[in-house]
Design a protein around this ligand. Structure first.
Ligand code: FPP
Length: 235
């Protein structure tokens, strides 16, 4: 049983989640995959809220990768619909709200209406104190390549870690301290390839729709038991 987490400190400012297992969760219940995503979207909101309650300033979720277009049209459109519904809901509470919503990824490939609404929500919430990054049509390698090409087109001839970091979707944000993957797989799947260089990784068999505050606590407690050395030595 994990310790109950009350408030995180500056060591844990950014948690990222690979929300895996929606399809399997639905299948186990004899339901279509889309139902798993629907419950997954509800759990996403609960997890974001809980992370805010325990003082996490940045949360990033992997909602849709550049590879996810290979899924059936029905499944892709169900995920897009859930994102559209979330954006509308977030817009409704954006005024004076706490949550800054930012999208990581190439939004130009999304349905035009969704792209417009996503950009509008980003603008409406840009000054809010807690950030949720939603990786949408996102690929970590593509992000790096795009950033490098942008720097080249701006006339840069010598790229540094600092200039590259500042050209990523996550510019100005701390790298994730902790990356949590649900669903029992042990890989990063092209998520935050640059930003994860020193992230602590936590894998759980829990399927995303079953994720509860206790599971977040378990990941956070494990994070605080680890010693981060960044290639140096301790003791
Ligand atoms: C991975 O599980 C999950 C996805 C590719 C989609 C995640 C999307 C959501 C949770 C909804 C997004 C909505 C908002 C508002 C952020 P999987 O389908 O690959 O599961 P499986 O491995 O069991 O098949």
């Amino acid at each position: 049983m994990a310790d109950k987490v009350t408030l995180c400190d500056e060591r844990l400012q950014h948690i990222a989640f690979i929300m895996d297992g929606n399809g399997r969760w639905a299948k186990k219940r004899g339901m279509p995959r889309e139902y798993g995503h629907k419950v997954g979207a509800k759990v996403f909101k609960e997890v974001i809220k809980y992370c805010g309650d325990i003082g996490i300033k940045y949360v990033t979720v992997y909602a849709f990768s550049t590879e996810n277009w290979k899924r059936s049209e029905k499944e892709v459109s169900s995920i897009m619909k859930l994102l559209g519904e979330y954006i509308k809901e977030a817009e409704g509470s954006a005024d004076g709200g706490e949550l800054r919503v930012k999208f990581l990824g190439d939004l130009s490939k999304l349905p035009k209406e969704l792209e417009r609404e996503a950009l509008r929500l980003e603008k409406m919430t840009e000054n809010c104190p807690q950030t949720v990054n939603i990786a949408l049509n996102y690929g970590g390698r593509a992000e790096i390549v795009e950033a490098v090409n942008r720097l080249i087109s701006q006339g840069e001839t010598s790229i540094t870690e600092k200039t590259l970091s500042a050209s990523l979707y996550t510019a100005g944000m701390p790298d994730p301290d902790l990356i949590v993957r649900t669903g029992g797989e042990f890989r990063l799947s092209n998520f935050l390839m640059w930003q994860s260089a020193y992230s602590e990784l936590y894998f759980t068999n829990t399927l995303w729709p079953d994720m509860k505050s206790e599971d977040v606590d378990a990941a956070v407690s494990e994070f605080y038991r680890r010693t981060r050395r960044y290639g140096g030595v301790t003791g």
